[in-house]
Design a binder for this molecule. Structure first.
Ligand code: SAM
Length: 294
């Protein structure tokens, strides 16, 4: 960890958590990359199990997962394997340099390990999610690099990638075309971006711009139709735009569990009409896209 990264974590009073993570004993574990990332180890003492459990609880909220560590099941808010299963057939990453922008706790990065990429680098400015990554990676001991940086830092990062995942980030940006430009400029020749974003179901080139919030997210700024998104991608320098799938988000994929303290999707939809958000907008649909630059 760089000095700058450590300072960021300390500023958010994350240092005590970091210390507990680094004090965990080395454990000889077997890893299974199933729907849940399973970390199995034999002969744990109850003291170690208790420490793992309380540390995992102190690292809440767990948005992405699930994970199993021994007998502990971290039942995250999102069943993230649904998204991973959707993109997996489109991932050509063997021997490639891969980046995951907005990588959260690294769930998708861990899931990519068996696909034998040359390198994986995650970018996410959240100190807490970095701690969750460190906690899980303590057992997996992968060489994944985690940068406490945002998509806006790609331009000065000093490395480019063959494949970039950018999922669940674009609608949180106030500058979506600039964000797409950062992605396109960070690709190597013949590189690919796998993009996932909320979309508006319309045949027109239009964008929903909620003035206050969308599904209670006050940081959701622009939700484009597929036609509008295609135009953004062309302006950002992509030569090819392929829609892989469009899927409504449902309460099986995103739901309240004991591993988050806040509300979840069912509270963000209209109680009388689940086709609408609580604000009266169309309920969430996500689009999955492959973007290429020659
Ligand atoms: C909705 S979550 C999506 C997580 C994951 N990529 C997925 O699709 O399940 C958005 C993530 O973007 C991260 N994030 C926030 N600001 C960011 C930025 N400027 N650049 C990249 N990621 C950012 C958040 O910390 C969070 O982990």
């Amino acid at each position: 960890m760089t000095k700058q990264q450590l300072q960021k974590l300390q500023a958010k009073n994350i240092a005590p958590l970091l210390k507990r993570i680094s004090s965990l004993p080395k454990i000889d574990a077997k890893i299974f990359f199933e729907d849940s990332i399973k970390i199995l180890y034999s002969h744990p003492t109850s003291q170690i199990e208790d420490e793992i459990y309380t540390l995992a609880k102190d690292l809440k909220p767990w948005r992405k997962g699930p994970f199993h560590i021994g007998n502990l099941h971290i039942d995250s808010e999102w069943q993230s394997f649904k998204k991973f299963d959707l993109i997996a057939p489109h991932l050509n990453i063997q021997d490639k340099d891969v980046a995951d922008i907005g990588c959260n706790n690294g769930y998708y990065m861990f899931k990519m390990l068996p696909l034998s990429p040359k390198s994986i680098t995650g970018f996410d400015p959240s100190a807490l999610f970095k701690c969750q990554f460190d906690f899980i990676n303590h057992f997996i001991q992968s060489k994944i690099r985690y940068e406490l940086l945002g998509v806006e830092d790609l331009a000065n990062y000093g490395a480019t990638f063959d494949v970039i995942l950018c999922m669940g980030v674009l609608y949180h940006r106030t500058d979506p075309i600039t964000t797409l430009k950062h992605l396109s400029k960070s690709l190597n020749k013949e590189g690919e971006v796998i993009l996932d974003t909320l979309i508006l179901d319309s045949q027109e080139e239009i964008v929903l711009c909620p003035p206050k919030s969308y599904a209670k997210m006050s940081n959701a700024y622009f939700i484009p139709s597929i036609h509008a998104l295609r135009g953004w991608c062309e302006r950002a320098g992509f030569d090819s735009f392929e829609c892989l799938a469009t899927i409504p988000t449902d309460t099986q994929e995103q739901r309240k569990t004991d591993w988050i303290d806040s509300l979840s999707l069912e509270d963000f939809l209209d109680p009388l009409d689940s086709c609408k958000t609580i604000e009266g907008y169309p309920a969430p649909i996500r689009g999955y896209f492959k973007l290429k630059r020659r």
